[in-house]
Design a binder for this molecule. Structure first.
Ligand SMILES: C[S@@+](CC[C@H](N)C(=O)[O-])C[C@H]1O[C@@H](n2cnc3c(N)ncnc32)[C@H](O)[C@@H]1O
Length: 240
């Protein structure tokens, strides 16, 4: 593991500690789901979690949200809850559910999963989604991003990329799913902020630098570690 980067498991119940009375009032029912999400080991927290939930609320009716990389379902709970609270749409969770990924992340996944007493990751995910009563809002597609993309036909309103963070893995997921993102749809690339990365863990950062530009994208902005952008053109020159 690189010394400069630590993908630590977030402090459990971070939201219980950090959510203020004002925020509870402002986020209403979502605050409870943010707490539920923060109890599950995951990486979408704080301002970027709020930005993601608020974005889901603004999507068109019956929106299609695709999450590449769900792990134990922490971010899936947040996204699924935002759909449930708005009353329409579906979250599609794409993950092999085998703890695989880039070389930097796999030992961290293994370390977290050791705490589950041998229970399969897919079962843990299922239990976490059911505990939040979000099973009607979430559909699982077990497999890697590129495998699942081959049979995917639904235009996507929000594409959240948080799977393999190696340069090859992040690019493969992007190239596999970019064509299905609607013009006007939003891409959210987690773990893509400017900082020092461990070796071969900077794939999402490189992707944001190399691909997320006008005229293909507008409204490009960073919230904590997540790059958000709206697809404005089909990117005829793609893939390179
Ligand atoms: C960083 S975790 C996702 C965390 C989750 N989004 C959250 O914030 O709670 C990355 C997940 O993507 C999975 N993954 C790795 N390679 C993948 C690929 N090629 N396609 C889809 N998922 C992948 C990993 O096994 C892991 O479950």
């Amino acid at each position: 593991m690189g010394e400069k980067e630590h993908l630590a498991v977030p402090v459990q119940e971070r939201w219980v500690e950090e959510i203020s009375v004002e925020e509870l009032a402002r986020y209403g029912p979502l605050a409870e789901y943010m707490r539920a999400s923060a109890k599950i080991p995951g990486w979408l927290r704080g301002e970027e979690a709020k930005a993601m939930a608020s974005l889901v609320s603004s999507l068109p009716d019956n929106c299609v949200v695709v999450e590449i990389g769900s792990f134990l379902g922490s971010s899936s709970v947040l996204l699924g809850a935002a759909l449930k609270l708005r009353g329409s749409g579906k979250l599609h969770c794409v993950d092999p559910f085998d703890g695989s990924g880039d070389a930097f992340s796999v030992p961290i996944y293994n370390n977290i999963l050791e705490g589950n007493e041998g229970k399969p990751l897919r079962q843990c995910f299922h239990e976490n989604i059911h505990a939040a009563d979000l099973q009607n809002w979430v559909e699982v597609h077990q497999g890697s991003a590129d495998e699942i993309s081959k049979s995917w036909r639904h235009p996507i309103d929000l594409l959240f990329l948080d799977g393999d963070h190696s340069p090859q893995g992040a690019r493969l997921a992007y190239e596999s799913w970019f064509p299905m993102l609607k013009v006007g749809g939003i891409i959210a690339i987690h773990n893509s902020n400017p900082r020092e990365y461990a070796k071969d863990h900077n794939g999402s950062r490189l992707l944001a630098l190399e691909e997320i530009h006008p005229p293909v994208y507008t409204d490009i902005h960073l919230v904590e570690t997540t790059t958000f952008a709206r697809k404005a053109a089909t990117g005829e020159s793609f893939p390179h």
